[in-house]
Each structure stands twice: as C-alpha cells, then as structure tokens.
Ligand binder design. Sequence first.
Ligand code: SF4
Length: 226
Amino acid sequence: MASLSEKAMAVYAILLKTYGEIPLKPRREPMHELISTMLSHRTTQANEAQAYERMWQHFGSWEAIRDAPVDKLAEAITPATFPEAKAPNIKKALSKIIEERGEPNIDFLRDLPVEEGFSWLTALPGVGIKTASLVLLFCFARPIIPVDTHVHRVSGRLGLIPAKMSAEAAHDALLELLPPDPHVLFNFHIAMLKHGQRICTFNAPKCPKCPLKELCDYYQQVVKKG
Ligand code: SF4
C-alpha cells in the first residue's frame, strides 16, 4: 500500500460495498441534533430519544428548558446517563445560544468557515469535538469527521491511526487521510460505525468474517500470527 491515504480510500471502497452508500441529508434540525447529541454521550439511541422526548413533553420550548430548575430538567432527561451533569450543560448552552443569537437557532453555522463554526460550538458548555463535528457534518454538510468510539477503535486496529492515538487527535489525523468531501466523510463515518457495531466489536472482533482483514494491521500482525 503506497500511502495511508490510499489505504483509507481502499478501506472506504470495501466499506461502501459492504454497507452501501447513503445520501448526506440532515436527519434532524440543528438545535435538535445539538441537544440530542449532548444527551447521547454513553447512552443508547433509544434512551437518548426517550430523554429528548420527555424533556420536550415537560417543558415544550427551548426557552422553558433554559429556565427550568436544574433538578427538574435532570429528572426529565433521566433515561440518558449522567443527567445531573448533562442538565446544567444543556441549560448553559441554551442560555449562551439565545443570548448571543437572540433566539434558539444555530443555522448561522451553515455560512461560517468550518474552523470558526467548530470553535464556536466547542466553546459551548458540554460540547466536545464529536458533538461539534456531528452537527457541522450532519446538519450543514461541512467537511469534518466525527470520531466516535467505533470510528476510533476500527481506525486504530486497521492502522489508519496509531493504535494509542486519542479520539481528539484521530479527528485531525483522519481528516488528513480523506478527501475534504462531506459526502465521503459522512459515508466513511457511518460505514465505520456500522463496522464497529457489527464486525469489529470492542471485545471480540469477528476477524475471520471481516472484509477488511487483508488491509488490517491488527489482523496481519496479531490475529494471523497468533
Ligand atoms: S480484521 Fe478484525 S480487527 Fe481488523 S477491522 Fe476487521 S474485525 Fe477489525
């Protein structure tokens, strides 16, 4: 393999064949995406959706959520993990957005250079690199890649990034390997996520069934030799 970029594109081609290619279309409106992603940390998709729905049933508007007593908001989002930490962050993030923008709306990020949008989002309380990247890519088709636990683990095993590289550093390293095309970055993210959930699982990767094994450092250096 001539370069890591070529390897990344070879991985991408196999992943697309395996999991298919999907259009990059916003799945939720930006405020929904932002707050749901804040709720989603270490939480299943079903519980995240339930927490979001309960929050809206209880309070009914972003302003009411911002003004809610923190313990009541924590109670409403309890299907999510760490509600006592997430509730104050959501309230503070909403206060900052409404104060700065005059309304609960982050659509202005569509027209900002990606680095500026990223800095603005990560300055919000409780918003990290993954959440900011997800909002920018999924809602506004900006060229950025969210690195969640699956993308991070699979990239490390394949050898696209050093095995011990942090998820934060992996974000920049993967961006350098892939073309700055939001459609590619989106499909790479989605396919790596599916691969991490179905084949390259945390405890017991199913290497013999894996279509990436010929390209995979972990398979070549550990499984094959073991
Ligand atoms: S060969 Fe094994 S370790 Fe490598 S990507 Fe596939 S499942 Fe993961």
